[in-house]
Design a binder for this molecule. Sequence first.
Ligand code: SF4
Length: 342
Amino acid sequence: MSECEGDLGAWRNQSLDSPIYLPVGIPVSFQVLIDTSSPQVAEALSRQVLPHPQESQVQDDESFDPLGEARYLVTPRLVHQYPSRVLLLSTGQCLGYCRYCFRRGFIARSTGFISPQEQKDVCSWLSTHPEVREILVSGGDPLSAGINELERLLNGIHQVRPDILIRFCTRGVIYAPERFTRELLLLLRSVRPLWVIPHINHPGELGPQQRQCIEKILDSGISLQSQTVLLNGINDSAGILVDLFQTLASLGVKPGYLFQCDLAPGISAFRVPLSRSLPLWREVRRQLSGLSLPEFAVDLPGGGGKFPLSAVAIQSQIASVSPPAPLRVEGLDGKVYTYPYD
Ligand code: SF4
């Protein structure tokens, strides 16, 4: 039960009959990547940002709030689902708009950057919950905000909880590497402990500018752990994923998570069913060392929390049951959650 659902809690109540509007935006640096890539890579990158004809088609099991985050709001911006960490929805804006975005219901509400009053509420909650040791500053993309707004937010959190580990979750390393200015890096450095969590889906996203950006972040004494979404027709091959994770590890970025696509509305064209993703994962795992291997996980639909799929993938008997059954597992709250197999 949430302490405070607030206005943002209403995003889960949006009717699936209403238009699902996600803005269209292709960042300049990403367009440069598209323009300078081979036709095959350019296609994989373009499909991530160009509206898909099936975006208005909603499946029965899809939801505006596929992770059930609204259930766990403790202030209008703060999600407390796990005992030791919280998620801050800092903004509904992004640097570019990924067509497979699982928070499209939240983004579509065009929520601006967290206000001073909302920040005060968040900091006040954090100051009374010392058991929370990590905060994911996400959105939207926090890097879509200006340096002054970011300074206010990050300094505010660091002042009330200098011990808390900040996970700065952004697609900015790929979409807008130029945003990692000296000023921003000094700010990020000053509020450590802080990790940058870049969202990276394809080795073709790691152009010269993006690689330089990663190097600058590392040179500033800040660690990086990546997250990747498994996307149909974009990175759903063992060769692409192995290349991506090995390249990231070589650049000094720990591959953190590969996520099974969520049950967000209008993104079924991007979803790789478990019937394909589990065998694919087995092949990726076979080719990678522990250092280069991320966790393969799914966010259980409706609020059950993250569930590691690696163990399921290596139990070949589960992947080959006949007829294939949906994945049914116990969530963090003890309830049983289901994710379709096909
Ligand atoms: S950057 Fe993140 S929040 Fe923004 S559209 Fe892409 S996936 Fe969604």
